[in-house]
Ligand binder design. Structure first.
Ligand code: SPV
Ligand code: MN
Length: 612
């Protein structure tokens, strides 16, 4: 490290920072160390470096670049993401872990000399707005300029904030090396590891580039934050935050948790609304109100099916100049193309498989699409015209309603309001979802995914749920909770709803916050009345919503629901859960059994519940 960089480090007056940087240098043996402050020049240096070292390439449009992850590095690697644990713990859910000493030895052997001949970048960020009670500090060391560049887009710079730590060790630390690169892509995928040390608030990640694996500040910091939140009595959640714009210019803030690739970003982007965040929220109780901040300041979003109809705001940002990193899409003549963009796609180009041509097959004989299903874009929220005016508010926004949803083709109805907060927590805790391309491995497998957070929960499930149940204590306003399902299908496998319909569910829920619609009580919660949805469909989507559609979508598939309850009973019988949760499971099962006896096994029309 030269004098200038050393001075930048020393100016932080923090021995703990110096120590981890020194240790990282000794281990990774970089050719050069560059400390990046919040200055424009330093940040521009990172952007340039990504181009120089070939991790990114310029596209035609000003500010746009392309980055490719390796062919086998296109999603989060759950199998090789592990907690370093010094002793066995029972978290109730299956978590990947490795004995701490053994894990450290292994990952340090992969990190040893991993930066030889490369530059080590030392970065400082804030998770959450700066100057805020929500803010957590994060130190990222990486040899990937793509990772560092992505973090500039996605997080708030905090070199100056680190000075305010006054020498405290209270920061998260992430050490990442992309490892050996060939054509700008990590090659030692068999040695890809992501090891999380909750005791030290540290994560080590090596031989990968896909952001969910490599960016310390994204899902790795999220896992540390869930654990910290648990200890400190707040919540870190896999949630969007948005302002929902109802009648008379009122704005009501919603958060919503959905598993990866299940509609979280697209909900936050519903036209006419404003976005605070699309992936990770921190929630705290302040003066009797739940307030939330986006721990990020940008979006790392799925590009598949982003087009001018489905996602007009994002589509516009992706097709005009501004800072955007495209990843794993098709590039032809400096222009990005992706599946579902509703434009003619050229027959050739470069994509995540290298030189691509229409009809190219993988080694299993499957056709390689022009863009990967988990191909993404990275941009700053302030590039979007629908950014909420409070997106950076250090005090966060007040949360008045919470959505939980999963990808469920055959059981849960499109939208239901919980009977109580505890019932809502139960609905969130029993989300099931079919797996997607956001993680490596089989797609379409139904998995239990509590609060859409299964991949990230870093505490015993029982205490995690208890924290949610107790969160209403001393609250002046208790948010409403809704369970949603955008993926219900008919017997022939056709989706029952269009992508745009979620706007109606959202605005109905918004009206409910003010008691504006009556509901029908069912065993699984309160559902909308046909007349209200009909009015909303006409008003919002100019669509005639028929009674037959309503009945098909909102009928209670009682046998399926009871099967789900049985799956939940089996999952939870061996987990130490709070009594209030177990009560909810029992009560909902009993209510379902009662209506099955009364109405039979066929799906029960909402109108039948009016007679109870
Ligand atoms: C997700 O998979 O939930 C994402 C993308 O938001 S990432 O975690 O970065 O892979
Ligand atoms: Mn996510």
């Amino acid at each position: 490290m030269d004098k200038i960089n050393l001075r930048k480090l020393e100016e932080l007056n923090n021995q703990h920072v110096i120590k981890v940087v020194e240790e990282a240098i000794q281990l990774c043996k970089p050719a050069k160390v560059v400390v990046i402050t919040d200055s424009k020049e330093d940040i521009a240096y990172v952007r340039e470096l990504a181009l120089i070292n070939g991790e990114e390439a310029k596209l035609k449009m000003e500010g746009h670049t392309i980055h490719f992850d390796g062919y086998y590095d296109q999603g989060r690697d759950k199998a090789n993401t592990k907690y370093l644990l010094s002793k066995d713990v029972d978290w109730g859910i299956k978590v990947n872990s490795i004995e701490k000493e053994k894990g450290l030895k292994e990952i340090c052997s992969f990190l040893d000399g991993s930066m030889a001949g490369k530059e080590m970048l030392v970065r400082f960020f804030s998770l959450g707005p700066t100057n805020s009670i929500f803010s957590l500090k994060a130190l990222q060391i990486t040899d990937s300029a793509y990772v560092a560049h992505s973090e500039d887009i996605l997080y708030r710079p905090a070199y100056e904030e680190f000075k305010k730590l006054n020498g405290s060790p209270d920061f998260f630390f992430f050490l990442h090396s992309a490892g050996r690169l060939k054509n700008g892509v990590s090659v030692d995928i068999d040695k890809r590891r992501i090891y999380i040390d909750l005791e030290e608030n540290r994560v080590y990640s090596v031989n990968n580039q896909y952001a969910g694996n490599s960016l310390g500040l994204k899902k790795l910091a999220f896992r540390l934050a869930i654990n910290k939140a648990q200890r400190e009595g707040w919540l870190a959640e896999h949630m969007f935050i948005m302002g929902v714009h109802g009648p008379n210019s009122r704005v009501t803030y919603f958060t919503g948790a959905y598993p990866s690739a299940c509609g979280k970003t697209s909900t936050a982007m519903i036209p006419g609304q404003t976005v605070v965040g699309d992936d990770i929220a921190y929630l705290r109780k302040i003066d009797g109100v739940i307030r939330a901040v986006n721990m990020e300041s940008g979006i790392f979003g799925i590009i598949h099916s982003v087009n001018s109809e489905n996602d007009p705001v994002i589509y516009q940002a992706l097709t005009t100049s501004g800072e955007v990193i495209f990843s794993n899409v098709l590039i032809n003549n400096g222009i990005p193309y992706w599946e579902g963009m509703k434009k003619d796609i050229p027959d050739t180009g470069i994509n995540f498989s290298g030189e691509w041509f229409k009809g190219k097959k993988d080694c299993e004989g499957e056709e390689i699409p022009c863009s990967h299903k988990n191909a993404r874009y990275t941009l700053k929220l302030n590039e979007l015209k629908n950014i909420d005016s409070k997106a950076d508010d250090p005090g966060g926004v007040p949360v008045q309603a919470i959505f939980y949803g999963g990808r469920d083709s055959d059981t849960t109805i499109p939208v239901v309001e919980s009977l109580t907060w505890a019932h809502g927590v139960f609905l969130g805790a029993t989300v099931e979802s079919e797996t997607t391309a956001a993680t490596l491995g089989a797609q379409g497998v139904r998995k239990y995914n509590p609060m859409a957070n299964l991949d990230f929960i870093s505490v015993p499930l029982g205490t995690y749920i208890e924290n949610h149940l107790n969160f209403t204590k001393d609250l002046k306003v208790i948010p409403k909770i809704y369970a949603t399902n955008y993926f219900l299908k008919d017997e022939s496998g056709n989706y029952l709803n269009s992508k745009l319909d979620k706007k109606v569910w959202l605005l109905w829920a918004e009206g409910r916050v003010y008691g504006e619609y009556k509901t029908i009580e069912t065993p699984v919660g309160l559902i909308p009345k046909y007349e209200d949805l009909k009015t909303l469909f006409i008003r919002e989507l100019d669509k005639d919503y028929t009674k037959a559609e309503y009945i098909q979508q909102f009928s209670l598939r009682v046998v399926k629901y009871l099967e789900k309850m049985e799956r939940m009973r089996k999952i939870f019988e061996n987990i130490q859960m709070p009594a209030a949760f177990t009560e909810e499971l029992k009560a909902q099962t009993e209510r379902l059994k009662y209506v099955r006896t009364k109405f039979g096994e066929e799906a029960i029309s909402p109108f039948q519940f009016l007679d109870i």
